[in-house]
Each structure stands twice: as structure tokens, then as C-alpha cells.
Design a protein around this ligand. Structure first.
Ligand SMILES: [Zn+2]
Length: 224
């Protein structure tokens, strides 16, 4: 017997096969799922088109050995978040972090994140979008106890936005560790550098910068 499921999914990643397409999506009720779109990679397929990374879709699925997509419609494509290079990189990092962390359905957490993304997208304010997505990434890392935010110095406990860190934790300018990696959260460039280092060290995730908007994709070291 087929079991049908329908609901909202945020698309984190997708993979193409000869004829088929599989995407990884997260939902408030289903957690993280891999969903197969039979024939989704065919030239003639219209269903495959809605499944760009970073889109939110309303999907109807049935479950057999996997989830299979029967219908989908785009609810939100977050086009503003995909219109500026720095914002795209931050958005990619957020999706990569969610792919590594969001396995169980966390309704409240999902909607708080999703509604923030909607607000940021609607604001059409680049600076607000960049800072907002950065803070969302920190919120996810904080929620899963991967990284505490705001960051505090190991020695004095002060909140810090720059300093350095090693495998034991973070240090302010005054208590710097000898062989720590420097970090600063004051500019987008240094925020992105910081996130890349932290994600590599803590989650073994490598986010590669892909400036092509139409083929927004995530390359990660962990293939499955
Ligand atoms: Zn200190």
C-alpha cells in the first residue's frame, strides 16, 4: 500500500541521474528526506524545473522504499537571496549547515528559520540579507550545540567578535592562543572565511563558492 505525504520542503541539494533526479529537502513534519523524481532529469520534465537548490516547494509524495515526488509547486524561490554573490555564498553555507544538522523534524525551529528567510528576502536590503543569513547560520550552529553564539573568550568569558581559536575554544585579543587561527566577524569576507574554517573543522563540510546563480550548487566533501 502506498503512503502519501504532502507538505512544505526547503531544497538543500539535488543530484542528477540519467533520467531521474533526487533532491534532499527538509520539512517541518518530515525532517530531512531524499526524494526521487522519476524522469525528473529528462528534457521534457517540468517537475524537475521547480527543484532548484534553495527553493521552497509544496510537494506531494508517496513512500515506497524511498519518497517519490508526484506533484510540486514553488512556494518561494528566494530570488532576492540569489541575486547577489556574497548573499548567495552565505545562503549556500546555511543550506550546507542544514544538510548536516537537520535530520529530525523540528517544527518550531523550522518555521522560525523559514519565516526569517522570508522576511530577509522580502526586505530587498542586501546588507540586511547578508547579516541576517550570517546570524541564521550561527543560530543553527548554536541550536545544535556546534558553536556557541555570541562567542565568548575561554579565559575571561567576554563576548568577542574577533580574536583567535584553537581546538579548545575561542580567545579574545588579550588572551590569544599561540597557535590559534585568527578570526573576525566584522566584515562579510571575514565572516565567510570564519564559517568555512569552522565548518571544515567541526562538521567536515567544505562549501565551494559557485558564482553561477542558475546552477547554484553545493559541493561537499562527504558524498553518499
Ligand atoms: Zn579573554
Amino acid at each position: 500500500m502506498r503512503e502519501y505525504v504532502s507538505g512544505l520542503f526547503l531544497i538543500l541539494d539535488s543530484r542528477k541521474y540519467t533520467d531521474d533526479l533526487a533532491f534532499i529537502g527538509i520539512s517541518p513534519f518530515e525532517g530531512q528526506q531524499t526524494i526521487v523524481v522519476k524522469g525528473g532529469n529528462r528534457e521534457t520534465s517540468t517537475r524537475g524545473k521547480a527543484l532548484d537548490i534553495g527553493n521552497a516547494i509544496k510537494a506531494k509524495l508517496y513512500k515506497r522504499h524511498h519518497y517519490y515526488l508526484t506533484e510540486s509547486e514553488i512556494v518561494e524561490s528566494f530570488s532576492f537571496l540569489k541575486s547577489d554573490l556574497t548573499t548567495i555564498v552565505l545562503f549556500q553555507i546555511l543550506l550546507a549547515v542544514l544538510k548536516q544538522t537537520y535530520f529530525l523534524a523540528e517544527r518550531q525551529f523550522f518555521f522560525s528559520l523559514y519565516n526569517s528567510l522570508l522576511d530577509i528576502n522580502i526586505s530587498k536590503d542586501v546588507e540586511r540579507a547578508q547579516l541576517g543569513i550570517f546570524l541564521l547560520i550561527m543560530k543553527v550552529l548554536n541550536f545544535y550545540d556546534i558553536l556557541e553564539f555570541p562567542i565568548t573568550c575561554q579565559i575571561c568569558g567576554n563576548t568577542i567578535y574577533q580574536g583567535n581559536f584553537d581546538f579548545l575554544g575561542f580567545y579574545c585579543e588579550k588572551h590569544k592562543a599561540n597557535n590559534g587561527s585568527e578570526f573576525s566577524l566584522f566584515t562579510n569576507t571575514t565572516r565567510i572565511d570564519f564559517l568555512k574554517t569552522v565548518l571544515k573543522d567541526l562538521l567536515n563540510v567544505t562549501v565551494t563558492f559557485n558564482p553561477v546563480i542558475a546552477t547554484l550548487s553545493l559541493d561537499q566533501t562527504q558524498e553518499d
